[in-house]
Design a protein around this ligand. Structure first.
Ligand code: PBG
Ligand code: ZN
Length: 313
């Protein structure tokens, strides 16, 4: 085995910049970008500023961004998510007019827009499923209208893909694909994101809709349902603790597969690297390659720009 190994010729898996999707946070209430403390190197951007961040990513070869909006006001039903002049709608228009040839994916959920912070409508402390679907369908249309190339429902409501597909089709957006957060686990690794996107919740937790981490077969069922409902891309999230799930989904279904390497994965590596406990660059490349090797076609990662810079060398 060592004869070939020393030549470093064979790479079964190659990471490339085009596989990477960069998540970005847009805060309607700010004029200048502000750093996110728990995620060194990541920022909340203003609506005016985000196009510049996308241009920069695009110039590094990154083809796609995933947008999260932080609205100026929240309410019980997340109605700002439907505002034609809401934070995401304006950000999408701003990016579209400033950047050519970028694929804009919009996170489609209510948690950043509701006062209680849950991913669906709430009644008597319970997150309602079916009443939420109708709202998600309308938010999808509003995002597509603003120019989103792909909508990405992340709330783990049962039937959300079908409801969104139906509503997009009915409103003339049959060409807009859906990237579904199909197998999204209830993970402690989302901690830094909740600071970044201001989407923590007032009561309870997300265990009535997000998956329980001991379960992998259940992920197959989730993915199967979302494909049947019309998902164009399915996602497994988080990524690095869930490589087995990525591999199982890859083996079982011939659909495009995305993996979301979440905020906690990023922050852990950044912190250890800042402390000098490990080599941040090397660990980043090893981690991203592992996600690719497990079977992901797309990797959503806060490291997208850092990795692109190295891959372009
Ligand atoms: C909410 C949402 C979350 C993330 C993406 N969309 C957090 C949550 O479910 O609380 C997490 C992303 C990350 O941690 O990087 N729908
Ligand atoms: Zn949510």
């Amino acid at each position: 085995m060592r004869r070939l190994r020393k030549l470093k010729l064979i790479k079964e898996t190659r990471l490339s910049t085009g596989d990477l999707v960069l998540p970005l946070f847009i805060d309607e209430t700010i004029a200048e970008e502000i750093p996110i403390e728990s995620m060194p190197g990541q920022y909340r951007y203003s609506i005016e500023g985000v196009a510049k961040a996308v241009l920069e990513a695009r110039s590094l070869g990154i083809k796609s961004v995933l947008l999260f909006g932080i609205p100026g006001s929240k309410d019980e039903t997340g109605s700002e998510a439907l505002n034609k002049a809401g934070v995401i709608q304006r950000a999408v228009r701003a990016i579209k007019s400033a950047v050519e040839d970028v694929v804009i994916i919009t996170d489609l959920c209510l948690c950043e827009y509701t006062t209680h912070g849950h991913c669906g409508l709430v009644e008597d402390g319970i997150v309602l499923n079916d009443p939420t679907l109708e709202v998600l369908g309308r938010v999808a249309v509003s995002q597509a209208e603003a120019g989103a190339d792909i909508v990405a429902p992340s709330g783990m409501m049962d039937g959300m893909v079908k409801a969104i597909r139906t509503s997009l089709d009915n409103e003339g957006f049959s060409d807009t694909p859906i990237m579904s957060y199909a197998a999204k686990y209830n993970s402690a690794l989302y901690g830094p994101f909740r600071e970044a996107a201001d989407s923590g919740f007032l009561f309870g937790d997300r265990s009535s809709y997000q998956m329980d981490y001991p379960n992998a077969r259940e992920a197959i069922r989730e993915v199967e349902l979302d494909i049947a409902e019309g998902a164009d891309i399915v996602m497994v999230k988080p990524a690095m603790f869930y490589l087995d799930v990525i591999a199982k989904v890859r083996a079982r279904f011939d659909v495009p597969l995305a993996a979301y390497s979440v905020s906690g994965e990023y922050s852990m590596q950044k912190a250890a690297s800042e402390k000098g406990y490990l080599n941040g660059e090397e660990v980043m490349l090893e981690g991203l390659t592992a996600i690719k090797r497990a079977g992901a076609d797309l990797i959503i990662t806060y490291f997208a720009k850092d990795a692109a810079e190295i891959l372009n060398r």
